[in-house]
Design a protein around this ligand. Structure first.
Ligand SMILES: Nc1ncnc2c1ncn2[C@@H]1O[C@H](COP(=O)(O)OP(=O)(O)OP(=O)(O)O)[C@@H](O)[C@H]1O
Length: 268
């Protein structure tokens, strides 16, 4: 059976299994008291891949993301990010490692009293010694790259939800990270705005070679952007599927995976 590819994805060439590993997670477990959210979670993300973490509510997607960006420590397991041990590395080396990837949080998390330009300039002013004119130029370039070149002096409250997400991506990319984490980028967006964001995500991967790790449960978005996915499940307390989402949709025999990819309601 030939899996169908959304036209919006045509031309995307996913990196092969020989591409270098950007993330390597081995045997991850997370427990909160007696609540085991997941255990034995292992996966790799390759350079240039668009990798999606998906699963139903409460399966641990946000928790896994928090582990990967160093906000939480796992109860067990190891995580290597950009060649460094994320858990064992401390002090200055850890701060440098955390600066080598960008994160876009679910609500965008822009500073409301600052313009888009000021928001994007902030990480540049905080973490580089570039002169003010260079910071201004770089920040404008980042905003131009996400289609906000005409909105640099707007406040977050003056722009649409989709524009806030784009500005948050521009800020996450301020320091030119090779790796970007996006938490629920389509949350709260209408389907057309969401589809526009998917195209931006593909452009970041195709044109800049950025590796993207995205938490989302939007099926259209997953089929458009993801080269590979990992699917977590609350009942299984771990991974129930990994691979190309189009292949999983066409071939998986696992009931929860089939239900998700074929939009079968839980009660059916
Ligand atoms: N700080 C915490 N303390 C205790 N339990 C927590 C904490 N954070 C998350 N959990 C538990 O971990 C489990 C997974 O939560 P998580 O938010 O990671 O799921 P999710 O898949 O991101 O869900 P959603 O799609 O609804 O956001 C839930 O049972 C939640 O109650």
């Amino acid at each position: 059976m030939v899996p169908d590819v959304p036209p919006a994805r045509a031309g995307r060439v996913a990196p092969g299994p020989d591409a270098p590993k950007v993330i390597e997670a081995k045997g991850l477990a997370m427990r909160f008291g007696s609540n085991t959210v997941f255990e034995n979670v292992s996966f790799e993300v390759r350079a240039g891949e668009v990798f999606v973490i998906l699963g139903g509510s409460g399966c641990g997607k946000s928790t896994l993301l928090a582990l990967l960006i160093g906000l939480r420590r796992p109860s067990a397991g190891s995580i290597t990010v950009l060649g460094e041990d994320l858990i064992a590395t401390g002090g200055r080396a850890r701060r440098l490692l955390l600066r080598r990837f960008g994160v876009m949080f679910q609500q965008g998390a822009l500073f409301g009293s600052m313009t888009l330009l000021e928001n994007v300039a902030l990480p540049l002013a905080s973490f580089t010694s570039l002169p003010a004119e260079a910071i201004d130029l770089v920040a404008r370039a980042k905003l131009g790259m996400v289609g906000l070149g005409d909105a640099v002096h707007k406040l977050p409250s003056e722009i649409s939800g989709g524009m806030v997400k784009r500005a948050a991506i521009a800020r996450a990319m301020a320091l030119d990270p090779p790796l970007l984490f996006l938490d629920e980028p389509s949350a709260g967006l209408d389907p057309i705005t969401s589809a526009g964001l998917d195209q931006l995500i593909l452009a970041l991967a195709n044109e800049l070679g950025i590796t993207l790790v995205i938490v989302t449960h939007e099926l259209d978005s997953i089929l458009t952007v993801a080269d590979r996915v990992i699917m977590l499940d609350k009942a299984a307390r771990g991974v129930i599927a990994q691979g190309d989402p189009r292949v999983l949709r066409a071939t998986s025999t696992e009931p929860t995976v089939r239900a998700f990819f074929n939009r079968i309601p839980a009660a059916a």
